[in-house]
Design a protein around this ligand. Structure first.
Ligand SMILES: CC(C)(COP(=O)(O)OP(=O)(O)OC[C@H]1O[C@@H](n2cnc3c(N)ncnc32)[C@H](O)[C@@H]1OP(=O)(O)O)[C@@H](O)C(=O)NCCC(=O)NCCS
Length: 188
């Protein structure tokens, strides 16, 4: 069975023994980050089969993004897109190549989970061609029809409806809030 987000967040990835580089902090994105987010998403669009995003669209929903910031450079991003009162979707999750494997992707998902919970959301979902990473974060593969708000909002309008090849993954938003400690995140 996949490791839960809570237990994974409590332990985090093994520390790397590489030369020092500035710490990576998570923060809410602003309109000023739209260009950096677009660059990240575009650069990794093929690799992650990511939804194409336009500058104007990102600008409009910039407040829904969390970015990973290393000394003023955006090295990761993810959007929490509401699909209804109880469901939200993780979109445009990207960590730049040189910042990968250090738990930044996990931290972004934990942060979005906390934000979803604070907004009264009960379930997070994502649509992906590579579900293994999400399953490692505690998500489960689910039928698309379990996420009807997504199907009715986006899928029915998509030219690849019923043949997109994407997997739906979902995570019940934990009842316990994740908090950051010096060693990573742990359940409060
Ligand atoms: C997926 C992605 C966001 C992960 O970012 P990251 O910062 O490297 O993730 P983390 O460091 O938090 O990874 C956590 C664990 O997942 C593992 N992992 C990495 N890629 C994986 C994959 N494809 N499948 C399963 N596990 C994977 C890592 O090895 C790490 O394990 P460890 O803690 O035992 O070392 C990043 O690879 C990425 O931006 N990919 C391109 C875009 C994409 O695919 N987005 C998601 C699809 S919507």
């Amino acid at each position: 069975m996949s490791e839960s987000l809570e237990s994974y967040a409590a332990s985090g990835p093994a520390a790397k023994t590489e030369p020092w580089s500035p710490p990576i902090d998570l923060r809410s994105a602003t309109a000023a980050d739209a260009s950096a987010i677009l660059t990240l998403v575009t650069a990794h669009r093929d690799e992650g089969h990511l939804l194409p995003r336009s500058f104007d669209e990102i600008l409009r929903v910039a407040h829904r993004f969390v970015v990973a910031d290393r000394a003023g450079l955006v090295v990761g991003c993810a959007e929490l897109a509401p699909l209804g009162p109880a469901l939200a979707e993780i979109r445009s999750l990207v960590v730049d190549d040189e910042a990968r494997g250090d738990g930044v992707g996990r931290r972004l998902v934990v942060e979005l989970t906390n934000r979803a919970r604070a907004a009264g959301c009960e379930q997070l979902c994502a649509f992906t061609h590579g579900p293994a990473w999400f399953c490692r974060m505690g998500f489960s593969l689910v039928p698309h029809t379990w996420l009807m708000p997504k199907v009715l909002t986006d899928c029915v309008r998509c030219p690849l409806f019923r043949r997109c090849g994407q997997y739906a993954v979902a995570l019940a938003v934990p009842a316990v809030r994740m908090r950051r400690t010096g060693a990573g995140e742990s359940a409060a």
